[in-house]
Design a binder for this molecule. Structure first.
Ligand code: FES
Length: 161
């Protein structure tokens, strides 16, 4: 079984430094949240009031923007982000079975992160390389023409004994 790691503690000093660079600039909410996510990996919920106070916004406004943008996260994510394509081209070429296998190997449902913080599993509408369907991505790398053998090569090490 995967080792359970505690999510890293939030380094408020580091985040406050980032926020300080945007103080008073309401328009900078998105670049600020992106900067925090880039450095910390996600936007911890507890910093939302700090962001709001620095920019002169309500916390609900900050929360609303973070919720609206699918690429902003308020929970820690795995070291490896696995994205399985659910687009039509991938679907008709077995994408559903690919997703099922990846779920089994990683022991994760969509949107979940493994307890050891190694993997987060997501699905996407289209990776943009439909000719290679079915596809998935691991971080920035695309893996095309996926089949059970390739999945085993990628994630076989994750199978529970
Ligand atoms: S539908 Fe899967 S890459 Fe386009």
């Amino acid at each position: 079984m995967a080792e359970v790691k505690k999510p890293p503690r939030v380094n408020l000093r580091q985040i406050d430094k980032i926020i300080a660079g945007y103080r008073g600039r309401k328009w900078a909410l998105i670049p600020l949240t992106q900067a925090i996510q880039e450095q910390v990996g996600y936007i911890p919920k507890e910093v939302i009031p700090r962001i709001a106070a620095a920019l002169g916004l309500f916390p609900a406004q900050v929360q609303g923007v973070i919720t609206f943008y699918a690429q902003l996260y308020t929970e820690p994510r795995g070291k490896n982000i696995v994205r399985v394509c659910r687009g039509t081209a991938c679907h008709v070429r077995g994408g559903k079975s690919i997703l099922k296998l990846v779920r089994q190997y990683l022991d994760l449902e969509e949107g979940e992160t493994s307890p050891d913080m190694e993997y987060t599993l997501e699905t996407v509408a289209c990776i943009g390389v439909c000719a290679l369907a079915p596809n998935l991505m691991v971080n920035k790398e695309t893996h095309g023409n996926m089949n059970p053998k390739k999945i085993a090569r990628l994630f076989g090490g994750r199978v529970k004994e």
